[in-house]
Design a protein. Structure first.
Length: 122
């Protein structure tokens, strides 16, 4: 099961998704940056590395946010490096919270695994 996160490029520091001001979002070519950083090529979506993968569908135009599916713990840490470099913010859809880019382990993979366990136990 993938761990889905949303990338945002916003002039506003987003503390909670409910407080996000969409007028502050900056349209960005997330795919171009991700393709460059991860040498993804021209596939419909991009998969990276043997230890983890980062998958996303290509957009035809610049967008204000981008859904990305992560597989493997290191996927988050690699994505955080790119997000910090480009001033992006990351929303964790499973925890319904913004990821702290300075301390991604606070929201990170272990919490995602707990979330999956709760779903699987239903």
């Amino acid at each position: 099961m993938s761990w889905d996160v949303v990338l945002f490029n916003s002039a506003q520091k987003i503390s909670s998704i409910e407080e996000a001001d969409e007028s502050m979002f900056i349209e960005t070519d997330f795919c171009e940056v991700l393709d460059t950083c991860f040498a993804a090529g021209d596939r419909d979506f991009s998969t990276v590395n043997k230890e983890y993968s980062i998958e996303y569908y290509k957009d035809d135009e610049r967008v204000s946010n981008k859904m990305v599916s992560l597989y493997g713990e290191n996927a988050l840490y690699e994505l955080v490096i790119v997000a910090k470099k480009h001033g992006w913010q990351i929303f964790d859809t499973s925890l319904n919270a913004m990821i702290d880019l300075e301390y991604p382990a606070n929201n990170g993979y272990e919490n995602f695994q707990h979330y999956l366990k709760k779903i699987n136990d239903l």
